[in-house]
Design a binder for this molecule. Structure first.
Ligand code: HEC
Length: 220
């Protein structure tokens, strides 16, 4: 051993490390997940000429590869020619009857959607005391516009179409929910808001006689 030249040891070490490299690569290839095939000799149509979003193209006069929709294009689910349903008004007049049937399914849906979207601000019972509003008042940053109570004379005086419009578009300090809530869900919410309002201002006259007879003495 003593006679071996000094360079033998570094050489042996380097060779040993290099000899282990393929093993390490194989183990790595087996353990590390990848979305790419390991060996990808045939490219199929993976690389092909195409325009990417926002790219330019000399093919069109305006130089844009992305083409704007043809004028008059409507979404395939768009509701056309039904302004009462889609805008809540006919001409200048607000709609005050529901343009959808308020059956049980619609009422249940309206309550559920109201509780998801509106209750954080307006509160589950519509008093304008939702958790987001309460929290904002605690923080007292001075920027919070308190949501209306839906039981004021002003809110109760709104035509159904106006409540629909309030949801669809911005009203003073309330943001629009038109982008988040579809037309039919908006009407379901409107029906629920009206039901909430009636629940807080119920009179005997509004109750069917058969039901009224069952009411306990003392209720008004
Ligand atoms: C981010 C909080 C917030 C949410 C969520 C919210 N509102 Fe409001 N809402 C307000 C505020 C604030 C006002 C008062 C606007 C004003 O007077 O400046 C208001 C006002 C209203 C009014 C009265 C409008 C009027 O003309 O008097 C109605 C009705 C109403 N909201 C319904 C809804 C319904 C239905 C939803 C759910 C789709 C909803 N709001 C969701 C904050 C909210």
């Amino acid at each position: 051993m003593k006679d071996l030249p000094r360079w033998v040891w570094p050489l042996a070490l380097t060779t040993t490390i290099l000899a282990m490299l393929p093993l390490v690569l194989i183990v790595r290839a087996r353990l590390v997940p990848s979305t790419q095939p390991r060996i990808h000799l045939i490219q199929d149509m993976d690389s092909q000429p195409k325009y990417k979003p926002q790219a330019g193209s000399p093919l069109f006069a305006d130089g844009r590869a992305m083409r704007p929709p043809v004028a008059g294009t409507v979404e395939h689910t768009a509701i056309v020619d039904n302004p009462a349903l889609t805008t809540g008004r006919v001409g200048e007049r607000w709609v005050d009857t529901l343009p959808v049937t308020a059956d049980d399914a619609v009422m249940v849906r309206g309550r559920q959607r109201y509780e998801i979207t509106c209750a954080p601000c307006h509160g589950v019972s519509g008093n304008g005391d939702g958790p987001v509003s309460k929290r904002a008042e605690t923080l007292a940053e001075g920027t919070w516009a308190p949501p209306s109570s839906l039981h004021t004379d002003q809110s109760r005086g709104l035509a159904l179409g106006q409540i629909y419009d309030t949801i669809s578009r911005v009203v003073r300090n309330m943001p629009s929910y038109g982008a988040q809530i579809g037309v039919h869900d908006r009407w379901a919410i409107v029906a629920h808001v009206r039901a909430l309002q009636r629940s807080q201002h119920a009179t005997l006259a509004g109750i069917p006689p058969a039901e009224g007879a069952n009411l306990k003495q003392g209720s008004k």
